[in-house]
Design a protein around this ligand. Sequence first.
Ligand code: SME
Length: 165
Amino acid sequence: MAEAFNSTELPRDKAARYAALAQEIASVLDGEPDRTARMAVVAGMLAQTFPHFFWTGFYRVDPTRPGELVLGPYQGTLGCLRIPFGKGVCGAAAERRETVVVEDVHAFPGHIACDSRSASEIVCPVFDAAGGLIAVLDVDAEIPAAFDAIDADALNHILTQAFSA
Ligand code: SME
């Protein structure tokens, strides 16, 4: 049985939880082509699986405004609607096209504080099957240093499975 934990603790079995979650997401998304629905499922199921995630969601690359991210499906409190490439953690991940892990958001230059509870954060780029950047996935936690290579690998696996296959 999965280990119980609450929103102020880090799960010790997170690799196992991510592995089960990746399978569940793949099964739910099977046959669903709509990208917005797929993003909504990923954001929702991540939030349900890990209580210490208080914001999970996507910022999409806006095709009508180059160099700008616009809020997509998410779970959590109100976030900012638009983020230019290069600004904050989301904009950094979009510009670099790589995962950014921030152990202490207060120490990240240009961090955009959408919610004062945010202590640590991970942002992963999301690519389509052709390798084009379509969005970033942003996950925030109230716990400092909540994210490490296990989260980065597992989240990128889920995103590849959901959007690049
Ligand atoms: N903290 C993010 C902004 C988005 S919200 O936290 C939902 C950033 O610095 O990019």
